[in-house]
Ligand binder design. Structure first.
Ligand SMILES: Cc1cc2nc3c(=O)[nH]c(=O)nc-3n(C[C@H](O)[C@H](O)[C@H](O)COP(=O)(O)O)c2cc1C
Length: 183
């Protein structure tokens, strides 16, 4: 079966990150013809335009992984009502040098979990702004704003029963969105 490759970008470097747990659990809701792989962003240097001509190895790796992907899945916390710097750093790296962005045209989904009741809503809105500029068609609905609470994940690391139907519906719409943009 031909596989649709999804590059997953998690906007937290924290060891016990809820967002990484969410990314892992969400990927299990995908269909068998979809393969999800998390890209590594914790070894990227801080973006410096002086380095455009000779990018560091992790930058080359990130750009080649995004290039090889059919779609992107961003799973991010909210930091101070925006996206974490580590995520913006990765977005900036793979958008440069000017004219050599690898993001353009890749269908994307945006989701996140936060300890706050607003569930990353503002971070997602900021991220959508950046993705629009990067020319990435991004799934608009359903929106998913998740709060980290007991029961969000089950003992096996899957989505808990209270959120499973909703998040399966989200994944189904995301899969349809990616297929629509890669057909
Ligand atoms: C620097 C910083 C800023 C934060 N700002 C917000 C915020 O604006 N909104 C929010 O809901 N939670 C905020 N939080 C709390 C995060 O939701 C919480 O740390 C969450 O666990 C981060 O996601 P992670 O578990 O994937 O690392 C912030 C946390 C940090 C460390």
């Amino acid at each position: 079966m031909p596989q649709t490759q999804i590059a997953v970008v998690v906007g937290s470097l924290r060891r016990e990150s809820f967002n990484r747990q969410l990314a892992n659990a969400l990927c299990r809701l995908g269909p068998p013809e979809f393969t999800f792989s998390q890209v590594q962003i914790d070894d990227l240097p801080l973006y410096n335009q002086d380095d455009d001509a000779a990018p560091a190895e992790p930058v080359v790796r990130l750009k080649s992984e995004v290039t090889a992907a059919d779609g992107l899945l961003f799973v991010t916390p909210e930091y101070n009502r925006s996206i974490p710097g580590v995520l913006k750093n990765a977005l900036d790296h793979a958008s440069r040098p000017y004219g050599q962005s690898v993001w353009a045209g890749k269908p994307a989904g945006v989701i996140g979990v936060s300890v706050g009741a607003a569930g990353t809503a503002l971070a997602q809105q900021h991220l959508r702004n950046v993705l629009a500029y990067l020319d990435m068609p991004t799934l608009g609905q359903p929106e998913a704003f998740l709060q980290a609470k007991d029961g969000l994940f089950d003992a096996d690391g899957g989505i808990g029963p209270g959120s499973r139907t909703f998040l399966q519906g989200w994944m189904d719409r995301y899969v349809a969105w990616v297929k629509q943009h890669t057909a």
